[in-house]
Design a protein. Structure first.
Length: 68
């Protein structure tokens, strides 16, 4: 799945979190978050963990077709 870094950033800003806090709350390693930030795809499990930690529907973090 392709996570939108832009949408992830917005969700993080609304929580006032940085990547360290997101990692701690989601259980996703900072290395994995770094890979995602560099444009790598993530698994459904990781996607779900990030969405749950941020309190958003996973669909809200999907990259839109033709837009980040």
């Amino acid at each position: 799945m392709k996570l939108s870094i832009h949408k992830l950033g917005i969700a993080m800003i609304s929580k006032k979190w940085n990547y360290k806090q997101l990692s701690e709350e989601s259980g996703v390693s900072r290395a994995t978050l770094s890979s995602i930030n560099c444009g790598k795809r993530c698994s459904v499990t990781v996607f779900g963990k990030l969405a749950a930690a941020l309190g958003v529907d996973p669909a809200e973090l999907l990259e839109s077709e033709g837009r980040p």
